[in-house]
Ligand binder design. Structure first.
Ligand code: ZN
Length: 290
């Protein structure tokens, strides 16, 4: 069996870089049956970002890459923009912690304006470093994250969160922060969810599961909302990391081939969850039907 002609195939979180595989990666994604990429900005230059202007430039570069992908392929792209949380550390080394916090806060405001102008669909990645850091930086990262949730609330968009692995307690704490900021937990997305946790242990937070076989197999029985992602980094220094860009369409093709009775379940991550959390419906153009 093949995939239904009207079913979009969505990678909810990947990174493509101007200096990496870029458009060619989107083409590979399309060849395997992929139709929609959520393109998340990150620091591909591996240099500390020192100002809001640096982030503005970075956002413009990913916007330009998205434009080229749409011009050269049938892949639809949605942009997710924010100052990457781990950047805070390098910027602090360069400018001092206070100034670094200021740069991140103002860049979140900039990201909020991009969403208002419909140049991007969500704030991301926001959150905090996934490894232990000194107390003062930890506190600063939390402060920046709280501002991110407030910006998401004000502009009415989802926040895509970078953090360490979350247990049920971690999800509950994140939901608490969302509530405190006046944001629905459903619009707070835990990206890079490596292990499946059932719905009643997620406190309303939406997981974006890494498209590994195990988590995917378990998620298929889940009513959602949930997403699938590769977190493809498109970094020549880490080829193929985290998962290859072709992974999500391959998983979908596997379902069509081996478990066609589950095909309908794919509408949860690819259609219904996008509609529920982002408020739009990814659609396939008729000419790209298989
Ligand atoms: Zn990422």
């Amino acid at each position: 069996m093949t995939l239904p002609a009207d079913l979009p195939v969505v990678d909810h979180h990947c990174h493509l870089s101007p200096g990496g595989e870029g458009v060619e990666a989107a083409r590979r994604f399309q060849r395997q049956g992929g139709t929609h990429l959520f393109l998340t900005t990150h620091n591909w230059n591996h240099r500390p970002l020192r100002s809001v202007d640096d982030y503005q430039t970075q956002f413009e570069e990913i916007e330009e890459l998205g434009r080229r992908i749409r011009a050269d392929t049938h892949v639809a792209t949605s942009l997710v923009v924010a100052p990457y949380p781990v950047d805070l550390l390098e910027t602090s080394d360069a400018l001092g912690l206070g100034e670094a916090v200021e740069v991140q806060m103002q860049s979140l405001d900039l990201a909020g304006r991009w969403i208002r102008e419909h140049r991007a669909v969500a704030l991301g990645e926001v959150g905090w470093p996934h490894f232990p850091i000194p107390e003062d930086r930890q506190k600063a990262a939390r402060q920046v994250f709280q501002h991110a949730l407030e910006v998401a609330r004000d502009v009415g968009c989802p926040a895509v969160v970078h953090s360490g692995d979350l247990t049920a307690e971690g999800y509950a704490a994140m939901a608490g922060l969302a509530h405190a900021a006046g944001l629905s937990p459903e619009r707070v997305i835990k990206h890079y969810a490596r292990t499946y946790l059932p719905r009643d242990e997620r406190s309303g937070i939406t997981p974006s599961f890494l498209a590994r076989r195990e988590a995917f197999a378990e998620a298929l029985a889940d009513g959602g909302p949930w997403f699938l992602e590769t977190d493809f980094l498109d970094d020549p220094r880490r080829p193929g990391a985290v998962l290859d860009i072709a992974t999500v369409p391959r998983r979908a093709a596997w379902i069509a081939r081996e478990r066609p009775e589950l095909l309908d379940r794919l509408r949860i991550p690819f259609v219904e969850s996008v509609r529920k959390v982002y408020g739009f419906t990814p659609e396939r153009a008729p000419e790209e039907s298989r």
